[in-house]
Design a protein around this ligand. Structure first.
Ligand code: ATP
Ligand code: MG
Length: 452
């Protein structure tokens, strides 16, 4: 039997409600904040990622799915979205029509790393990118948007960590000091870090090897080397977040795994998935657009790990013990407090309620099956969720099926009911019954269900 590739997985219909609800909530939020969606290809020229993410990063060094196409061009399955969005921005000269561009995109990314809980080789991200704004207000706003998204999803156990990496003015003096520090720690550093020391010493601060982490505990911090402009920029980000009641921790060890970041960087961390892990990360990349051949343009963005977010939401829902009845999510007693925290998280819960059939048509007899098919199609087209059954089974067995699929109503259409021109519509909860004639069942049902 052929199975999925290691690190790749199916997201099954029973889990999809959460994915769709998160996606709808995120798209709505982005649109509320003036973002437009962009869709970018899954594959790009390898060079795009090598140049933007950086040759000495984990991603480029060992995680990319790269292969020659049939003509020998080197192609890569995208490991992240920013490089592609920047490429699109440049390629379509988007800055010319409006110097400010706020874009979002949602889709799969590919990295060949060791699969484990919350880590896959095909995973999904929700990305936001803003071009053309230098102001620290936009840095704060992106963190606010993340905060608001998590609020709307009803999540609370998340922490924003922020740092500033400085700019091309202040980075060189910092790098010099860092290099001096690293020289003294050489015997404790892994091979990768020793190599990174030459090419991009900042990268060592992001090393995951325990011994390196220990050795780098007291490494100098970019925060002590910011130039006046970067300092002021970062101060504004912090004070704006404080004024908007967005909680954050300044984390001087946060450098993030990609080369293109400058000034503000941030991560949203959670302990909900066992060891502390990041559900989202982002930051400024003011040099990247020019680096990739575009005009000098400010840029900042973030990526949310969709798989991890879906996992946390699923956990939260299980913890809240949501009982699903009659197609609407009812929250069991004792858990209502946390849910009533905000209206917005109840909007999200409504999106999660399962889509059960409005009507299950029970045809009894050959003639009835054909009519049931016709009515079902007409009701589906009219936007009324309707199912029927073609097996010719008995009333008893089809009533069981109506129960199993949680149909709100059944429409009993036996040959006899058709002959008498009196179909029976029964509300499965209240047991109320209504008679329906066979000439225009769709309109009568629409009226009965208050859909007109
Ligand atoms: P990590 O430190 O967990 O490896 P990262 O810094 O490599 O994360 P980013 O490139 O910042 O990740 O991507 C943003 C988000 O995408 C991460 O915070 C994480 O939630 C998610 N993510 C990254 N890699 C994976 C993966 N292999 N599987 C699932 N989610 C991932
Ligand atoms: Mg990683």
């Amino acid at each position: 039997m052929i199975q999925t590739i290691r690190g790749f997985r199916d997201i099954l219909p029973e889990d999809i409600a959460i994915w769709q609800a998160i996606e709808k909530t995120a798209s709505k939020l982005f649109e509320d904040f003036g973002f437009k969606e962009i869709r970018i290809p899954i594959m790009e020229k390898t060079e795009l990622f090598a140049r933007s993410i950086g040759e000495t990063t984990d991603i480029v060094e060992k995680e990319m799915y790269t292969f020659p196409d049939r003509k020998g061009d080197k192609l890569t399955l995208r490991p992240e979205a920013t490089a592609s969005v920047v490429r699109a921005y440049i390629q379509h000269n988007m800055g010319a029509s409006d110097s400010v561009q706020k874009l979002y995109t949602i889709g799969p990314m590919f990295r060949r790393e060791r699969p484990q809980k919350g880590r896959y080789r095909q995973f999904y991200q929700i990305n936001a990118e803003v071009f053309g704004i230098e102001s620290p207000y936009i840095d704060a706003q992106l963190i606010l948007i993340l905060n608001e998204l998590f609020k709307r999803l009803g999540l609370s156990e998340l922490k924003a960590h922020i740092n500033s990496l400085g700019c091309k003015e202040c980075r060189p003096t910092f790098q010099k000091e860092l290099l001096g520090f690293l020289e003294g720690k050489k015997e404790h550093l892994c091979e990768n870090c020793l190599r990174r020391m030459d090419k991009n010493p900042l990268r060592t601060l992001d090393c995951k090897v325990a011994e390196c982490r220990e050795a780098l505990k007291d490494a100098p911090s970019t925060l002590n080397h910011l130039c006046d402009n970067c300092k002021e920029h970062f101060e504004t980000v912090k004070s704006v977040l404080t004024e908007q009641n967005v909680e954050f921790t300044v984390d001087k060890t946060l450098v993030r795994g990609l080369d293109y970041y400058s000034r503000t960087t941030f991560e949203i961390l959670t302990t909900a998935l066992g060891a502390q892990s990041a559900v989202a990360g982002g930051g400024r990349y003011d040099a990247l657009i020019k680096e990739l051949g575009g005009p000098e343009t400010y840029g900042i963005g973030f990526a949310i790990g969709f798989d991890r977010l879906a996992e946390i939401v699923a956990q939260m829902i299980n913890a809240k013990d949501v009982e699903v009845k009659d197609g609407s999510a009812a929250i069991s007693e004792g858990n209502t407090d946390r849910l009533s925290q905000s209206n917005t998280s109840s909007d999200f819960m409504n999106l999660l309620s399962p889509k059960v059939p409005d009507i299950f048509i029970i045809p009894l007899g050959e003639k009835a099956i054909r009519l049931a098919y016709m009515w079902t199609s007409a009701l589906n087209i009219a936007g009324i969720r309707t199912e029927t059954d073609y097996s010719g089974r008995s009333l008893k067995s089809l009533m069981k099926r109506a129960d199993k699929i949680n149909a709100s109503n059944v429409l009993i259409a036996g040959d006899k009911e058709i002959e008498d021109n009196a179909l029976v519509l029964r509300n499965m909860k209240t047991k109320e019954q209504f008679f329906i004639t066979t000439d225009n069942p769709v309109e009568q049902i629409e009226t009965l269900l208050n859909r007109v």
